[in-house]
Write a protein that binds this ligand. Structure first.
Ligand SMILES: [Zn+2]
Length: 147
């Protein structure tokens, strides 16, 4: 799908008029009309506002497959699990389980690993394997590199 079709689809899915989208994004209805007909493309600031408004990543609007992972736990970030800032904006760095209301759920890597190895363990993926996998991959993620 082309980005202009995606924008139109997302808008109709949300039941919004062009005027409503225009008001929320801070452009004119004419501009939204141009986006939806492939005559122009939203700039970065507008893309970010569209992403917040529609609750999908900027990548989704641009038509590129999202290739985001949570920078805290490493899970793939599909649109439905992307975290939000307290003001409602999307935070594409984290999943909603690791980050919510401006706060991180886990204060240390050990805490996260303990939680996951306890709660995600199955017969085919025992706790020790989860622990080993996480201990190997988490230190490469942005959140843990910072701290
Ligand atoms: Zn996460």
């Amino acid at each position: 799908m082309e980005p202009y079709e995606i924008i139109r689809n997302l808008r109709t899915e949300k039941g919004l008029s062009r005027k409503e989208v225009a008001e929320k994004v801070g452009v004119t209805a004419q501009t939204v009309y141009r986006w939806e007909n492939g005559m122009s493309f939203p700039n970065d600031a507008s893309l970010k506002r569209l992403s917040d408004l529609f609750g999908v990543s900027v990548d989704t609007i641009c038509g590129s497959a999202p290739d985001l992972i949570c920078q805290c736990c490493g899970m793939p970030l599909e649109d439905s699990v992307i975290s939000r800032e307290p003001d409602g904006g999307l935070n594409e760095d984290y999943c909603k389980w690791c980050y919510a209301d401006g706060k991180f759920t886990y204060s240390s890597m050990e805490q996260l690993i303990d939680f996951c190895s306890e709660h995600l363990a199955t017969e085919s993926w025992p706790a020790e394997q989860i622990r080993a996998h996480m201990e190997a991959t988490l230190p490469r993620l942005g959140h843990w590199k910072k701290s």
